[in-house]
Write a protein that binds this ligand. Structure first.
Ligand code: A3P
Length: 293
């Protein structure tokens, strides 16, 4: 199938978006969440694939090996707001799912989350990743994903990242507003990519206790093994190799999986400018990130 063209960004209710995430807007906003749905929300490149695989394994790995061996992760965990010409929409995929709970991927900022998730008190997991690694990961992703806007070169991309002119808007707003929302919503668990890297087992336990799950030691061990970066990179069902919009000649989808790769991209000057701006943007929040471990 011919790929649709690379889209351009436009302002959508104050957030930069592309049509592939706004064309199905009414159906997304009217989506009927269920109390047992699990919404996995992240700004792009914060580890959504990683955590969605963890969740899928926790709930379904003991049910059928067929799911693990022949259904790609993006079908098991549909992407709520996605609407790509020639493909079923995320909402359609979700309405077709026969397994429960439904694990649902989204990159939407808080204010765009369909209201039924709040009405149903569905569980929401938010994963945040530090800005510098997010920017680097997003740059390589936009290079290889043919349905993202043209990234341009690294320095112009970084400038746009700082200005919030990215698909799904400003990283700063996204992580901050979800953080504030979490303070008043007991149905939200806020996780950090850096903690997941540093201590996967501990974060898995937090996740399970939030979800009310008590997996056996055996299952926990299996999950931790399967979600290791190198194992996911080899697994065709989760490494993006079934995704026609990715150009692996440019960059892998499972790229590095590290904290601190930004140091290989930021010049000293870019880093100083970034830090100065970061302080201004984040001065009124108690949200803190680690950029190295
Ligand atoms: P890098 O580009 O820095 O390697 P998302 O799934 O939200 O698009 O996030 C993608 C980022 O998460 C990529 O970061 C990817 O490599 C990383 N990632 C995916 N699976 C991972 C894992 N098992 N362990 C560590 N990082 C992982």
């Amino acid at each position: 199938m011919a790929l649709p063209p690379r889209p351009t960004l436009f302002d959508f209710h104050g957030v930069s978006m592309t049509k592939y995430f706004t064309d199905n807007w009414d159906n997304v906003q009217n989506f009927k969440a269920r109390p047992d749905d699990i919404l996995l929300a992240t700004y792009p490149k914060a580890g959504n694939t990683w955590v969605s695989y963890v969740l899928d394994l926790l709930y379904f790995s003991q049910m059928s090996s067929e799911r693990q061996e022949s259904v790609s992760l993006h079908e098991r965990v549909p992407f709520l707001e996605l609407q790509m010409p020639g493909f079923p929409s995320g909402v359609d995929e979700l309405n077709k799912l026969t397994t429960s709970p439904r694990i649902i991927k989204t990159h939407l900022p808080v204010q765009f989350i369909p209201k039924s998730f709040w009405e149903q008190n569905s569980k929401i997991i938010y994963v945040a990743r530090n800005a510098k690694d997010s920017a680097v990961s997003y740059f390589h992703f936009d290079r290889m994903n043919k349905v993202q806007p043209e990234p341009g070169d690294w320095s112009s991309f970084l400038q746009r990242f700082i200005e919030g002119k990215m698909v799904f808007g400003s990283w700063y707003e996204h992580v901050r507003v979800w953080w504030e929302k979490k303070k008043t919503s007991s149905n939200i668990l806020y996780l950090f990519y850096e903690d997941l890297i540093e201590n996967t087992e501990q974060e898995l336990s937090r996740l399970c206790s939030f979800l009310g799950l008590s997996p056996s030691e055996e299952l926990k061990k299996q999950v931790i093994e399967k979600v290791l970066f190198d194992n996911m990179k080899k697994n065709k069902m989760v490494n993006g190799s079934n995704d026609e919009v990715f150009d692996f000649k440019i960059s892998p989808f499972m790229r590095k999986g590290k904290v601190g790769d930004w140091r290989n991209h930021f010049t000293v000057e870019q880093n100083e400018q970034f830090d100065e701006d970061y302080e201004k943007k984040m001065k009124n929040t108690d949200l803190e990130f680690r950029t190295v471990l």
